[in-house]
Design a protein around this ligand. Structure first.
Ligand code: PGA
Length: 247
């Protein structure tokens, strides 16, 4: 089973029209591997701007959305609004949503179901904290997070699973290729047992956490690493190197 390599950028709450415009120009002019699916997560207020400027060979993602279509939910955005901006992806369950904004597994599950039902692709994020890794419960944590997502997915072709150990996010402490491969492999085994063999072999499991131009090649060569979710480095021209990691 060949899985199309997937590289997501997560701009988080960074940039302005000037700097993001410059980044977009760099991306539009770059030579990128046509066999890689690239999706950039833009701040909600810049979704329209990013979609209007970024070449359409690159996808755009929102970084969050709410679990219902509309209503009195001040500050939230819906999948319908995201799609109205020509954007077809959303990042859900990012560790910053979980740990800075207190989003529960249950809420992330509900958001996943609603986003998929409304035609968005979902980059669903999971990952253990440092104390959980040190306590030897990495598997237990990521399996539990994956289960809540899985319980809310009917069509796995629209889902990319992002394994992002929290201790590696924004810390410069990338998981070693062996550590990433080990968890990705276990996640695929979990999928085989709890979803189906077909989904286990087709779903893309991407790694996130301090991925750089320097670390992407070895990480990307691991059997079960099907791409990356990139934060800091996705704001730099280095992102192009990461997109082309497999070349
Ligand atoms: P980082 O962020 O690459 O800056 O560690 C990754 C992420 O949060 O998706």
């Amino acid at each position: 089973m060949t899985r199309k390599f997937f590289v997501g950028g997560n701009w988080k709450m960074n940039g302005d029209k000037k700097s993001l415009g410059d980044l977009i120009n760099t991306m539009n002019g770059a030579k990128v591997d046509p066999n890689v699916e690239v999706v950039c997560g833009a701040p909600a207020i810049y979704l329209d701007f990013a979609r209007s400027k970024l070449d359409h060979k690159f996808g755009i993602a929102a970084q969050n959305c709410y679990k219902v279509a509309k209503g009195a939910f001040t500050g939230e955005i819906s999948p319908a609004m995201i799609k109205d901006c020509g954007v077809h992806w959303v990042i859900l369950g990012h560790s910053e949503r979980r740990h800075v904004f207190g989003e529960s597994d249950e809420l992330i599950g509900q958001k996943t179901a609603h986003a998929l039902e409304n035609g968005l692709g979902v980059i669903a994020c999971i990952g253990e904290k440092l104390d959980e890794r040190e306590g030897g419960i990495t598997e237990k944590v990521v399996f539990a997070q994956t289960k809540v997502i899985a319980d809310n997915v009917k069509d796995w072709s629209k889902v990319v699973l992002a394994y992002e150990p929290v201790w590696a996010i924004g810390t410069g402490k990338t998981a070693s290729p062996q550590q990433a491969q080990e968890v990705h492999h276990k996640l695929r085994e979990w999928m085989k047992k709890n979803v189906s063999e077909a989904v286990a072999s087709s779903v893309r499991i991407i790694y996130g956490g301090s991925v750089t131009g320097g670390t992407c090649k070895e990480l990307g060569s691991q059997a079960d690493v099907d791409g990356f979710l990139v934060g800091g480095a996705s704001l730099k021209p280095e992102f192009i190197e990461i997109i082309n990691a497999k070349q």
